[in-house]
Every structure is written in structure tokens, then in C-alpha cells.
Design a protein around this ligand. Sequence first.
Ligand code: BJW
Ligand code: ZN
Length: 250
Amino acid sequence: MMAADQIPTALVDRLRSARRVAVLTGAGVSAESGIPTFRDALDGLWSRFDPRELATPDAFIRHPARVQAWYRHRDRLVDACAPNPAHETLTDFYARFETFSLITQNVDGLHRRAGSEAAVRLHGSLNDWRCFACARPAPPPDVRSETDVPGRCPICRGLLRPGVVWFGEPLPPDELDRAMEAAATADVFLSVGTSGEVYPAAGLPEMARQQHAFVAEINPQATPLSAGMDAVIRLPAGRALPAIARALDS
Ligand code: BJW
Ligand code: ZN
């Protein structure tokens, strides 16, 4: 059975009686703000690079100016974008449910800009540059191309890196603990706009399901997580989440 706008009735019913709700978001939640998803090629100059190959410590060590310029390019792109109805609806969920946890893999800061300051940021932030050598915070380097001189720490001359988590690096332990606690205690867990390919984040829906949460996915495309879901909504997040809020109000 579907409520209006393809929202499964079972999900609406479970949300109505839920005390603890947790949502995991990925790049798809910012797609309608104009930010390309991680697996979509970036436009122009950057389309010849695979993001998966830039987001590693090895890529940074081999091509520091290229990686710094790529992250500065994304900083500027994000600055020119604004939160969309998906981010806004999730902010409203804090007031709607007794306990609400928002867990994001996104580094774009749009959940915070929409008012979800408490969002758990599993993969860090595009801002918060620091020194790769001494870890001191530093202002973002003004590097625009791979042929520029790489930005360095004013104190120790180490290379500057963005405050994100690259492949092979540990997630911030406090954030990961909060995310696992939210997943393990949720009555309803929603996975929104993520390909479900990157761990440990991709393990959270299964962790919730094993602890008897109702798990649902919002994504226009199927993912490796889809088969384990109690409900799937094949709609863009900016349409599905407001529709869920309307169904709960009706
Ligand atoms: C829409 C939409 C719309 C479009 N509405 N939807 C097995 C188990 C555990 C770990 C591993 C494992 N095998 C390998 C690993 C290691 C690795 C990993 O998972 N690799 C996989 C590729 C297999 N994981 C790690 O390395 C992690 N660290 C770790 O495990 O540490 C262990 C350790 C412990 C102690 C010491 C040392 C190490 C770290 C992972 C860090 C990921 N970092 C990145 C880059 C961040 C910086 C940056 O942005 O540049 O995070 S990778 C990238 O993927 C980014 C994203 O947050 C993450 C997830 O991507 P996401 O959000 O799902 O985006 P997309 O693009 O993939 O998907 C978008 C989706 O949206 C699509 O499905 C669309 O259909 C959908 N969509 N429009 C709704 N409008
Ligand atoms: Zn330094």
C-alpha cells in the first residue's frame, strides 16, 4: 500500500509510532542543491579525474596541488549552493520525533546551513583545513590548479589538507560511536541518497535492522542496500522527504 506520492503506508505508520528515528544521508541529498554526487563526474576541468582516486592520502602525497585545487574548487561550488527541501525537512524532524539522529557522510555543510547543527559528520568537512604533518588548523590554501605551488603550513611547512576523511583513514571515533548508537537504538532508520558502497557508513542500516528497526531507502536508483530494506522509495530526496512530512501531518 502506498500513501500519497508513493510513500509506503507501512513506513508512515512506523514513523507515527516511533520514539527514536535515525537518518543516514549521502551525496544524493545535496544533488538537488546542484552539488554533483561523488560518483557523478564533476564538470569542466575536473571531469577527467575520478573522485575516488583523488580522495586518498596516496593521491594527496603524489599530487598535493591537484588535490588541494580540487577541494578548493568544491568549496567554491558549495558556497554558491543552498540547502534544499530535503535538508530542510530533516531539520524539522528534530522537533517531530522524541529522539532524532541525523548522520551524514556529506562534507558540504548543507545540513548545518539548513539548521541541523547536531548532524553527525562521519566524513568530516570541506572546511577545517589542517596540516598533514603537525595537524594544526590552517586557513584554506589559495591553490586553483595542479600547476600552482601547493599550500603549506605556516608553522612547520607541512602540506595542508582539507578536514575530510579519505579512503583508508579512520572515521572520527566520537562521531562513529554516536552513529552506531543511533543505528542500534532506532525504531525507524532511513538511508537517503547514498550508494551504500562506502563502509563503515554503509553498515549502519544493517546494524539498525538487526536491532529490529524498520529500515527504508530513499534513492531514485537501486543500491546494494536495497535488498535488505523493509521499504524503498524511488524518488529524489527533495520530493520524498517533504511527502513523508505531509503524510505524517495528514
Ligand atoms: C539521489 C539523488 C536524489 C542522486 N535524491 N538520491 C569493508 C568493510 C569496511 C571498510 C572497507 C571494506 N572494504 C573496504 C573498506 C575501506 C573503505 C571502503 O568502504 N571502501 C569501499 C569503496 C569498499 N572505507 C574506508 O576507507 C573508510 N575508513 C575505514 O574503513 O577506516 C578503517 C581504519 C581503521 C583504523 C585505522 C585506519 C583505517 C573511510 C571512508 C572515507 C570515505 N570518504 C569519501 C571522501 C570524503 C571526502 C570527499 O568528499 O572528497 O566520502 S569517499 C565518498 O564516498 C565520500 C562520500 O561521503 C562516500 C559515500 O558516497 P555517497 O554519499 O553514497 O555518494 P555516491 O555518489 O556514491 O552516491 C550518491 C547516491 O545518491 C546514488 O545512489 C544516487 O542514485 C543517489 N541520488 N540523486 C536521492 N536527488
Ligand atoms: Zn604543520
